[in-house]
Design a protein around this ligand. Structure first.
Ligand SMILES: [Zn+2]
Length: 291
């Protein structure tokens, strides 16, 4: 069974290598309408029901093997990657008037947001390994990228590598990817708001980290950083949008200027991640799920 699936994926992989841009034609031909069990229970009224079946193996996106990750961790990470690209593929359907977008971004941010999504889905528009990045597992110790206990992952903005820290590798959801349970309101299902509020599912964090990769920063024209305000990242990203104009005016009026100007949402990693995950959940769980 798995062997057959892998063989199919391998063919798709080869196809993708030839046309390394977002394989729209491929998805179109193969994709619809292939109901994924979970969305059958969704209340959304969709015009198009694209499948979330992973189109590529993780090795389509990242260089292998992953540094300092054993077989168990590698398998775990592969599931996060599958989740992440399922979500970024879905995110290509987000429009500038979608509530998931408006919650975190200004309307004028949309072209850059779209550039980021397309950069994810096309491996930054680069052929083969040039569009791939490295992954590594790390410990909390002197000289390690993971410096502080509790850090989930580190993605330096000037290289193309994501370091996973122990908190992420051993979190309660590490072995529970989104693809492992149904998107419904059953006790076991994902359609419960608390799963979103925490914004600490490894697959969510994975999408967040991807925005920091230099590959995508180059496409955008600037590195993507982190805005924090002490609340959870998703809440902070939402507040950044709603308070940005006020924060900027406050900064401009401060004499002398205090600190740096507030981070624009389009430069904030979690604004992208939360939009992508919120949209995904709304698609899977019903549009009334979040708002
Ligand atoms: Zn970050």
């Amino acid at each position: 069974m798995m062997r057959v699936v892998f063989a199919i994926l391998l063919v798709l992989e080869l196809f993708g290598a030839l046309a390394y841009a977002l394989p729209k034609g491929l998805k179109g031909k193969k994709g619809q309408p292939q109901p994924s069990g979970s969305s059958a229970t969704s209340k959304t009224t969709k015009t198009k029901d694209k499948t979330s079946t992973p189109v590529f193996l993780p090795s389509h996106w990242v260089k292998t093997p992953y540094k300092n990750c054993n077989a168990e961790k590698t398998e775990m990470i592969n599931n996060w990657i599958t989740d992440a690209y399922n979500m970024t593929y879905e995110a290509d359907r987000i429009t500038s008037d979608n509530p998931a977008f408006e919650r975190y971004f200004f309307r004028e941010d949309f072209p850059k947001f779209k550039t980021m999504i397309q950069s994810f889905n096309s491996r930054a528009g680069l052929p083969g390994d040039e569009g791939k990045y490295n992954l590594a597992c790390a410990e909390y110790k002197t000289g390690s990228p993971c410096q502080t206990e509790g850090e989930w992952a580190i993605t330096p903005t000037n290289v193309n590598i994501i370091y996973f820290c122990p908190t992420m590798l051993y979190s309660v959801f590490s072995k529970v990817p989104y693809s492992s349970k149904p998107f419904d309101k059953s006790p076991n299902g994902w359609c419960h708001p608390e799963y979103l509020r925490s914004s600490h599912h490894p697959s969510h964090v994975y999408v967040h980290e991807m925005t920091h990769l230099m590959l995508h920063g180059l496409r955008l024209g600037f590195p993507v950083r982190d805005y924090t305000d002490g609340t959870n990242p998703r809440k902070a990203a939402s507040k950044l949008k709603s308070n940005f104009t006020y924060l900027l005016a406050q900064w401009e009026q401060s004499q002398p200027r205090q600190g740096r100007p507030p981070l624009n949402p389009i430069r904030n990693a979690e604004s992208y991640a939360s939009t992508i995950i919120d949209f995904y959940f709304a698609q899977k769980c019903g549009s009334d799920f979040l708002w």
